[in-house]
Design a protein around this ligand. Sequence first.
Ligand SMILES: [Zn+2]
Length: 114
Amino acid sequence: MIELVAESRFFWLHVKQSETGCWEWIGALDKDGYGQLHAVRDGKQTTMRAHRLSFLLDRGFLPDLDIDHLCGNRRCVRPDHLEAVEAKGNENAEAIARIEGAFGRLGSHQTWRE
Ligand SMILES: [Zn+2]
């Protein structure tokens, strides 16, 4: 389990509200433009996407689903701009996954999902 208390304090230090209503991650971004941070999980350092951690902090769980941005802003971590979606059945997400899979995106998903 992620050390939630320590992570949430660190997390919100790296978020700025934008004029569009998004809460943008101002920390590191991964190669796809998503916010990225290091988290401690089961005593081990791991890398995860900021919007996935935001979802987890807000809802208290992280489903085995893609977390989609309703606002289309990959840096956004505002919980009510995020939605868990089935990767299957979302043709658009599937197409993106196919393209980005070639660049190793699926690999980074697996490290978090285990
Ligand atoms: Zn947003």
